[in-house]
Write a protein that binds this ligand. Structure first.
Ligand SMILES: [Zn+2]
Length: 267
């Protein structure tokens, strides 16, 4: 026989779990650029505001913005070319491109809603303009696919389900197990996001008249650089750069289908 206390806990657990799950399901919308059905809890305006607000803080973490106007001009020119000739322009996000003064951390990242950063360390390792286009197009891919907003919605779901398990089990240990499981889910989505950004990036490069093959060169540069202590976002552990390089090669062989009618469609 179940004691009263446990029964109450189980009911609360079921209610919290169901609430988190259904509120997650209720967030589904169709991304007009990628055509993908996705779950996000932020509006476009909130994404843009969030990115703009955190941009100065993020820049500070990488030694601030580079003071070299020529470098910034090159990165902005390549970024604008990717936008001007591609579907990204229709996304309505106010994109901006920045060079970070950090000479040690090989990295590039995008904030929600448009600000895109590349460190001097990564920029100085690139061999040609097509590779720079590859880095920027991948980051533009993260923005138009709304990966930050998706991750946020998933975190809310994970937090809700973890809370439900803690309530049900009534023990801290079980809560930790649940959190670990949640961590694996988040990691998996991270890998999918990277591959989707690679795929979108390749299509954007092709549309802008850059050589999509150059993204393979970027992967090789990143694999070499990831021997350092700080893992670059681009070569983040999942998937490994070699695995990713293979995936990119497979995508390159199938670009016309992957990028049909100028819209980067989901697989
Ligand atoms: Zn990425």
């Amino acid at each position: 026989m179940i004691d009263g206390n446990l029964r109450v806990r189980l009911i609360i657990m079921a209610v919290i779990g169901a609430f988190s799950f259904f509120s997650y399901l209720g967030k589904e919308s169709v991304n007009p650029i990628t055509g993908e059905r996705q779950r996000v809890s932020l509006t476009h305006e909130q994404e843009i505001a969030m990115g703009m607000r955190s941009a100065p803080e993020m820049a500070q973490q990488f030694g601030g913005l580079s003071t070299d106007p020529e470098l910034t001009a090159v990165v902005t020119r390549v970024g604008e070319r990717i936008l001007a000739r591609s579907v990204a322009a229709r996304s309505g996000y106010p994109f901006s491109f920045h060079v970070l003064a950090d000479r040690n951390t090989v990295n590039a990242f995008a904030l929600p809603g448009g600000p895109i950063f590349i460190t001097l360390a990564l920029l100085s390792r690139l061999e040609n303009e097509d590779q720079l286009a590859g880095v920027l197009a991948h980051e533009v891919g993260h923005v138009i696919a709304r990966h930050s907003a998706e991750r946020l919605a998933k975190q809310e779901l994970t937090a809700g389900l973890t809370g439900a398990v803690v309530m049900g089990a009534g023990s801290y240990e079980m809560g930790r197990v649940a959190q670990m499981v949640g961590g694996f889910v988040t990691m998996k989505y991270g890998r999918d996001d990277e591959l989707e950004a690679d795929r979108l990036g390749l299509c954007l490069m092709a549309e802008a008249g850059y050589r999509p093959q150059a993204l393979s060169g970027v992967m090789r540069i990143l694999a070499k650089a990831s021997g350092g202590s700080r893992m670059p976002e681009f070569a983040s552990t999942h998937p490994s750069s070699t695995n990713r390089l293979q995936q990119i090669k497979a995508m390159l062989g199938d670009l016309p289908r992957l990028c049909q009618t100028g819209v980067a469609r989901p697989l």
